[in-house]
Every structure is written in structure tokens, then in C-alpha cells.
Design a protein around this ligand. Structure first.
Ligand code: DNO
Length: 363
């Protein structure tokens, strides 16, 4: 396990690499070229500059989140081959730069979806929240405005105004795309990129859909154990793996996350750990990482990662805004740093317990 934090890059992230470097046990960052639109090829020099900035700060660039996928690939539009070639070229360049982990998602139109970005909790912290009954009354065309209004002036990952400006066209693209088609397009994408992933040893880690059910009638195909299993079996290459995102899979209380971890052993390449509090069916808010603050058993989740020999990067996922920080929703420094410390503490304790068990059984 390598403890990391997400960093959006200079000019985008008010959190500095120097601050991240001082969080105990954090040795790497997960980053991206935030200015890149889906379908754009990443330039060699841009990748090198990102890597250098991270390494100059004494950290490792442990992976990319995300190289976003163009909608033509997701919908198998007539020009998809051109975008597949571009994606492959970007992967090749990342591999040549010694980067071996890429997180991506295959969600149609919208990436993660929330209805509130700064819900005030009883302790005065603010957090992101979701309410399906609100989504049910919103015209999806107003979603971008709703997010933008609450985003504290930040451009949020997955909510790039350039792409969402064409929302009508985007929705039209997905008109005939049901779950089966989307799944076929995802499988095709994976088969197409596996040769380059094998050549450069790049682990692809699909991010689960967030929340784990269809939003605005758009299909969602990465929502539970069965669907994840189907995906890794359909393209049965070790480089085709997943990002275990507890906050996304955990939106559906029926998802047993430790069981998912055990079932997908060996194919989990990256972990996002956060907690959330279910307040009613289809309604939740993001909690502090601590198990007792939310509905997820973070101890059991970390234990399952440990016992399944997980050896990829973990990052504390969304944090609340606390201590007066006016950070990017979900990505302030303080609460994520607390999350990293807590997760490191759990890992150390679990490791110790298991090594003692081994020692005890020797007698
Ligand atoms: C939100 C993130 C997502 C995630 C992408 C991966 O905070 O979890 O935007 O990075 O879905 O491609």
C-alpha cells in the first residue's frame, strides 16, 4: 500500500505539494493534466513537467486520475477509432514516462453527481451531499449551473464547462445507448488499449459510477460486484482492473465493500477511501473518514485490502471543509490529511494484529 493524496496541479489546486509532503506517511500524489479535454493527446513535455514538479517536491507521481474518455468512444460514434488512437498515444507517453496507473470512468455525460456541495453539518463543517428526490425534480440542463453556483469558484473534475456547454448534443449522443451497448463499448475500449498497457505495464483502474445507480435516465454499468466481475472477466487481462472507491460503491447500502474487495483480489489497482452517512433511501452526505462518523465500516474495508494483499496506491477521498478552510469541495487539505493519518493508523494496527496472529500460531 502506498498512501497518496490527489493533487490537481499548479494553477488549479490551492493545496501545495509542500503541504502534502508534510502529511505523515504520504509519499505520492495522484494527479492529472487538468487542462486537457477528453480526446486531447497529452504532450510528452507536459507529462515530464508534471512529473518533475512532483518529484522536485520529494513525492512520487503514483498515478493519473484521470485520462478522461471522449464521448465518441463511450457511444461508439463513427469517429471513435481516431479517439482510441489518441488515447493509446497518451497511454504510451505515460508509460514511457514510467507512470503505471491510470484511473478513468465510463459514466455517460456526467461524472460524479451531488446536489449539495457545502451542506453544513452539526459540527459546523461543510460537506457534499446527494438527494435523489432533488435530482428527480431537476432538469439535467440545470445541473451544471447548480454545481457551478456552489463550487467556490473552482472548476470541479468532471464538470468542465467546455464539455457541458454542449449538453443537449451530449444527451442526444446517448439516445440509443442502453447498458448493454455501453458495456460493449467499454469492453471494446479495453481490448483496444490492452496491448499498450501490457507493453508499458499500465494498470487501468475504472472508477465506479457515483452514485451507483442511473442518474437522469442515463445508463450506469459500474455499480456493484456482479458488474465489476463481469467487466474484469470480459477483458481478462491483469491490467484491466478497478479503482475501489468506497464512497461510490457505498452509496448503495446493499454493496458489501469488504466482500467486493475479497472477490476482486488482484484486480484492484487503486483505492479511494471515504465514508458517507446514509440519511434516507437515495439520500446521503459525505462524512469524516472515521467509521463512527458515517455508515461504512472503514476498519473492515482496510482490513480486507490488507488481507487481500492490496499493494497499490490508496488516497483519502473527499474530505469536508473544516477549520475555516475554503477549499475545493471535497478536496480541501485538512480533512483529507486527517483521513490519511487515520487510514495509516488503521493500516499499521491491522498489519500488527495480523503479524501477531502469525506469531501466535507458530506456538
Ligand atoms: C470525484 C472523483 C471523480 C473521479 C473520476 C475518475 O471526486 O472521484 O471525478 O476522479 O470519476 O475518472
Amino acid at each position: 500500500m502506498q498512501m497518496t493524496m490527489r493533487w490537481f496541479g499548479p494553477g488549479y489546486d490551492p493545496v501545495t505539494l509542500e503541504q502534502i509532503r508534510q502529511v505523515p506517511g504520504v509519499t505520492g500524489v495522484i494527479s492529472t493534466l487538468y487542462n486537457k479535454q477528453p480526446g486531447e493527446v497529452w504532450e510528452v513535455q507536459e507529462i515530464a513537467a508534471l512529473k518533475k514538479a512532483v518529484e522536485d517536491a520529494g513525492l512520487q507521481l503514483a498515478g493519473i486520475e484521470s485520462v478522461n474518455i471522449h464521448d465518441s468512444i463511450k457511444t461508439a460514434a463513427p469517429d471513435r477509432e481516431q479517439y482510441l488512437d489518441k488515447y493509446t498515444l497518451t497511454l504510451e507517453r505515460l508509460g514511457q514516462a514510467d507512470i503505471h496507473l491510470v484511473c478513468y470512468n465510463f459514466m455517460p455525460v456526467f461524472d460524479w453527481t451531488r446536489t449539495e456541495l457545502a451542506k453544513v453539518r452539526s459540527d459546523g463543517s461543510t460537506t457534499m451531499a446527494y438527494d435523489q428526490s432533488v435530482i428527480d425534480t431537476i432538469d439535467p440542463h440545470n445541473m451544471q449551473a447548480l454545481i457551478e453556483r456552489q463550487a467556490n469558484g473552482f472548476t470541479l473534475a468532471g464538470w468542465e464547462p467546455e464539455r457541458l456547454a454542449k449538453l443537449k448534443d451530449l444527451f442526444a449522443l446517448y439516445n440509443n445507448i442502453d447498458e448493454e451497448r455501453l458495456f460493449a463499448n467499454l469492453s471494446y475500449f479495453l481490448m483496444r488499449i490492452m496491448p499498450v498497457c501490457n507493453k508499458y505495464d499500465i494498470n487501468m483502474a475504472i472508477h465506479p459510477d457515483d452514485p451507483a445507480w442511473p442518474v437522469f435516465g442515463l445508463p450506469r454499468i459500474v455499480t456493484n460486484k456482479e458488474k465489476l466481475l463481469r467487466l474484469i472477466r470480459t477483458v481478462d487481462d491483469p491490467h484491466n482492473g478497478i479503482t475501489l472507491c468506497t464512497g461510490s460503491l457505498g452509496t448503495n447500502p446493499e454493496n458489501d465493500i469488504p466482500d467486493i474487495i475479497n472477490t476482486l483480489k488482484g484486480r484492484i489497482h487503486f483505492a479511494h477511501i471515504r465514508n458517507l452517512l446514509h440519511t434516507a433511501p437515495g439520500r446521503f452526505e459525505e462524512a469524516a473518514h472515521l467509521s463512527t462518523d458515517g455508515s461504512l465500516d472503514i476498519f473492515a474495508i482496510v482490513e480486507a485490502l490488507y488481507t487481500s494483499d492490496f499493494d497499490g496506491p490508496i488516497r483519502p477521498d473527499h474530505g469536508r471543509n473544516i477549520w475555516g478552510e475554503n477549499g475545493m469541495p471535497g478536496y480541501g487539505l485538512y480533512d483529507r490529511a486527517l483521513g490519511a493519518a487515520y487510514l495509516n493508523g488503521l493500516w499499521e494496527a491491522i498489519k500488527e494484529i495480523y503479524s501477531r496472529k502469525t506469531r501466535f500460531t507458530q506456538y
